[in-house]
Design a protein around this ligand. Structure first.
Ligand code: M6R
Length: 593
């Protein structure tokens, strides 16, 4: 997804902007560019990576500038479509993250008024609108221009000779890093952490005038104060720390983040939300999410229904917007790592409008989801840089488990067992991580195939979906997650020696049926890789390859099983030479519908 950065202060802006942009690479992009004000504006942009741009950019002097990484939405990746975009006079430059829904109408009108456009982007209307409304005050012109726009934006505006940046946010994240007589603006905190850990989160509707000496924020015309937050994680947390890829580092961070989430969550649980009270008043619960977060939601459904006996509906956020209004007396949980996924945010708005209680589970403090929901439960995973979600999924599970167990009225003996198991999970996950060598060996085998099925039942059906998603997104192998009982209803036609089946087992009421499904797959010639508990003797007779995981209560089996599948996906992608952390066509945070 696009990233914006800006700098104003006493340093030469060019290296600062390039460094800040490099820190946003994890968001995914196809082109990038910068503009500097050295009395007049100088722009350098192109398709490709920031390191490539850095090699060709001439030395541009200036104490203020803006930069952008673009993930194409309107118009193909190209130098012309890359940001920053300029007005006709070349004195106003804009970088933008978001979508302008009415840009065609605005563009036609501006063209009729004599403005000429060179790109296919929606963004280019912004500098032209600012030019149109400019009467000596840049901020007033920006307010007037943004007043015409329908859609979402995080914008940074640079105008020649103005010694200020004007920034605004509506629906796309934007932060201001505060330094010593200098300011850094960015879509996300990691971009500025090399320079400062003092950050101001702008809110939707905010417009800020940023100079080297200060920040003044208005919201819909009135001055507002936005407090500084100190970021507690360091730039090292957002770096690879010796791992070959962020994905591997983040997989290995899971024992720690499980511990952190449980400690933090336990300490705030009572004050955040009383699920027991929700239960008294509610007929059903709804969980909404996209992608990997949706898979966490599906696991949450099993856990909530089993331990709380509340019916739970889980919906893909992008589909929920088309359903009938059966929302009365519903409490909803929206799960979103980034807190910025457009489809999930839309569902939160819809639910709030229908007066439903909405709890957001998110990893990003100050994210849009946290602002829109009634309550926010933060996961404590730290920054997740790799596009593939791993540790963020794990902490979503932890929050769901703890949320349910905190308030369930299950038998105290059973609850005590579950709490003990929950506390033991970091060590169990560590043991799965210790099987990296074996998993990497199996991954070399999987890497030779183009189609893989993942099967599971019950609480491990969503794990099969997640295993397949992880494999396809990082290794580009076609993979399908299936409820194990469904394979025979059509997909058997595809099974054979060239289509490995990854079977995910737990010692629960699904176990015997899973063994039968594995036999069926084997009978059709498919090689079977099983993820199964230590000490499972029966599986040794059936599977061609086995990844063993420590024994846990079946309700926690998604935790250890998923870690094994994350490693499998990672090593397969590495074997195939894929760009693990930045898979093609994907973005970390999907801020368009
Ligand atoms: O930030 P979110 O949790 O709302 O993101 C939802 C999906 O885009 C995300 O989980 C995606 O599927 C993963 N990055 C895939 O690994």
């Amino acid at each position: 997804m696009c990233g914006v950065v800006g700098y104003i202060g006493g340093r030469n802006a060019q290296p600062v902007l390039l460094n800040c942009l490099a820190r946003l690479e994890y968001r995914g992009y196809d082109s990038c560019g910068i503009a500097l004000d050295g009395g007049s504006l100088r722009v350098c942009k192109d398709i490709g990576k920031i390191a490539e741009l850095a090699k060709v950019v001439p030395q541009l002097d200036g104490l203020a500038g803006i930069g952008h990484t673009r993930w194409a939405t309107h118009g193909a990746p190209s130098r012309i479509n890359a940001h920053p975009h300029l007005d006709c006079s070349g004195t106003i430059a804009v970088v933008h993250n978001g979508i302008i829904n009415n840009f065609q109408v605005l563009r036609r009108r501006l063209e009729a008024e004599g403005h000429s456009f060179i790109s296919e982007t929606d963004t280019e209307v912004i500098p032209h609108l600012i030019e149109k409304y400019y009467r000596g005050s840049l901020e007033e012109a920006v307010v007037a221009a943004l007043g015409e726009i329908k859609g979402s934006y995080a914008v940074i505006v640079l105008a020649a000779g103005e010694s200020k940046l004007v920034v605004a946010r509506n629906g796309s994240p934007l932060i201001i890093g505060v330094g010593d007589r200098e300011h850094f603006i960015a879509s996300d905190v990691p971009a500025v952490l090399d320079y400062t850990n003092r950050v101001i989160y702008l809110e939707d509707g905010d417009l800020a005038v940023v100079t080297s000496g200060g920040v003044s924020v208005t919201s819909r015309g009135a001055g507002v104060e936005r407090k500084e937050t100190r970021i507690l994680w360091s730039v090292e947390d957002a770096q690879k720390a010796g791992y070959e890829h962020f994905m591997l580092k983040e997989i290995h961070e899971q024992p720690k983040v499980i511990r952190d989430t449980l400690v933090n969550w336990v300490s705030v649980a009572d004050s955040v939300v009383d699920i027991a009270a929700m239960r008294r008043n509610l007929e059903s619960m709804l969980i909404l999410a996209c992608g990997t977060s949706y898979h966490a939601a599906l696991i949450g459904k099993y856990v909530i229904e089993e331990l709380l006996s509340i019916p739970v509906r889980v919906e893909i956020a992008s589909e929920f917007n088309y359903y009938g209004q059966t929302l009365a007396r519903t409490a909803a949980i929206a799960i979103t790592q980034s807190g910025e996924t457009a489809d999930t945010l839309k569902t939160i708005r819809k639910l709030r409008a229908a007066r439903c209680l909405v709890i957001a589970i998110t990893n990003v403090v100050g994210s849009s989801a946290s602002r829109l929901a009634d309550h926010t439960i933060y996961t404590w995973a730290g920054p997740e840089i790799s596009v593939a979600a791993t540790k963020s999924f794990m902490v979503q599970l932890m929050v769901l488990y703890w949320l349910v167990m905190s308030y369930s009225r299950i038998d105290p003996g059973r609850l005590a067992e579950l709490v003990m198991d929950l506390r033991g999970l970091p060590e169990k996950v560590q043991r799965v991580l210790g099987r990296g060598d074996v998993i990497s060996e199996y991954a070399s085998y999987l890497a030779q195939h183009e189609d893989v099925f993942f099967i599971g039942r019950g609480i491990n059906f969503p794990v099969a979906l997640e295993g397949a998603l992880k494999l396809k997104e990082v290794s580009y192998i076609h993979a399908e997650g299936y409820a194990a009982g469904e394979l025979k209803h059509g997909s058997f036609a595809l099974l054979g020696s060239g289509t490995p089946v990854v079977a995910i087992l737990a010692r629960d009421n699904t176990y015997e049926a899973m063994l039968s499904n594995i036999k069926e797959a084997k009978a059709r010639g498919a090689p079977v890789l099983a993820v199964a508990e230590e000490g499972d003797v029966a599986i040794r007779e059936l599977a061609d390859f086995i990844i063993t995981v420590p024994v846990v209560d079946a309700i926690f089996s998604p935790v250890v099983n998923t870690v094994a599948l994350q490693l499998l996906a990672y090593y397969t992608a590495r074997e195939r030479g894929c760009p693990v952390d930045t898979p093609r066509n994907l973005a970390k945070s999907v801020t368009v519908e």
